[in-house]
Design a protein around this ligand. Structure first.
Ligand SMILES: C[S@@+](CC[C@H](N)C(=O)[O-])C[C@H]1O[C@@H](n2cnc3c(N)ncnc32)[C@H](O)[C@@H]1O
Length: 206
């Protein structure tokens, strides 16, 4: 039988229309249920979100992507897949956290292969600075997790420094082996195929 997603598309929009979103937002209103919410920063083509949302239908996934081009690609793929438990916000992550994410409302934050900005003069553009640790600490529920991956050695050390600085967090894992239960991202597949070593970390919020 042909899978017809038309009805789904009529019920909700994958893309959040930010001017109409309450600040702070209500995830219950946004998703129409009380399931736990996990947020991915830098969704790119949407591969992680689509695989994760398909695998865990009782979890709501929220993607925050600053690029209009990638948000549109991800949105098209999500609609095509007919998944009802993903929403996308096309905006900058720090702004989204500060304006829309209620305190203690997230079960996990995923951030895979954040832009590395390798030149010293661009380092201030990196996503992981101390304020980001503050944001995660405010927005994660007790027991919530932060999962990150990068192929950049020095950025990985910076990320660990930022998250170690937050007294609310405890390191659960750092290493280069895959967390086998997690779907892979586009960049992860690409870098693994190139034979690059990938650093991963998982932190827990007390
Ligand atoms: C290197 S790509 C990784 C994409 C995906 N996570 C993956 O692993 O395949 C980084 C992504 O983060 C997005 N991005 C960069 N800075 C951002 C920010 N401040 N807020 C939201 N998205 C951001 C970029 O537009 C890009 O899509």
């Amino acid at each position: 039988m042909r899978h017809d997603n038309t009805a789904l598309r009529q019920c909700f929009d994958v893309e959040i229309y930010l001017p109409a979103l309450a600040a702070p937002a209500s995830w219950t209103a946004l998703f129409g249920n009380r399931n736990p919410v996990e947020l991915e920063i830098g969704t790119g083509r949407g591969r992680f979100l689509i695989d994760a949302a398909g695998k865990y239908p009782d979890v709501n996934f929220l993607g925050v992507e600053v690029s209009l081009k990638w948000m549109r690609v991800a949105k098209g793929r999500i609609e095509e897949a007919g998944l009802t438990n993903i929403r996308l916000a096309r905006t900058e992550a720090a702004h989204f956290f500060d304006r829309y994410v209620p305190s203690g409302s997230l079960r996990a934050v995923h951030c895979y292969f954040p832009d590395p900005w390798p030149k010293r003069r661009h380092a201030k553009r990196r996503l992981f600075r101390w304020e980001m640790g503050n944001r995660f600490a405010r927005c994660l529920a007790p027991g919530g997790r932060i999962l990150v991956a990068t192929d950049q050695d020095d950025y990985f050390n910076q990320i660990l420094g930022v998250l170690d600085e937050e007294t609310a967090f405890r390191r659960l894992f750092t290493g280069t082996v895959s967390i086998s239960t997690l779907p892979r991202t586009h960049f992860e597949e690409k870098y693994l195929a190139e034979g690059r070593s990938i650093h991963r970390a998982e932190f827990h919020r007390a």
